[in-house]
Design a protein around this ligand. Sequence first.
Ligand code: SF4
Length: 195
Amino acid sequence: MGIRNYSYKLINIECLPTSVHFNLIMNFEDDISELLPYIAARLPGCTYIHGTNVINYPEKYHIIAIKPKEITITRIKDSREAKEICEHWKNFINETEKMRGSISPVYEKKLEIGPLDVFKALPGTNCGECGLPTCLAFAAAVVKREADISECEPFFKEVDPELRQGLMERLEQAGLVERGIARNERELNERSKSG
Ligand code: SF4
């Protein structure tokens, strides 16, 4: 079953009194427990263990938790953004329900990349060009979606292409870069080898 009606509320983030963002809670009466493995299958980079009844999904600067009758989303600016995001998730879930027969459900999914995995492929010079003081801090920010790998220019200029491609593919599988970027990287590599 998908979502027919929903309500939502924005709440202040009390632990951060100076924050200009809110957390959004979207509630619905329909129970989407059975759909969770299908939703998890459609979300690259999410974490889901069947039986916990929650999918955790980092998207851009939001952290999203999808539960049987509720979705919570962090870092919302205002009610206009809240409404747009609620509509997006309602449509996504209802679309998943319609496509259910063609989706292979996923019962366990974890983010399989950590800061050290990213760090190992960075230049390691701590040059600061990305705006962070060390490569390790940058690697941690990439995994938390607070930074994008494209912000490390030396990574694209100095790192061995095979190593770079390997990291790009892992980032893509974890949903930490746009789909297709790793493929472009691979094509560039192959072209430079043949040229
Ligand atoms: S720009 Fe790249 S090499 Fe320089 S500190 Fe940042 S992560 Fe390290």
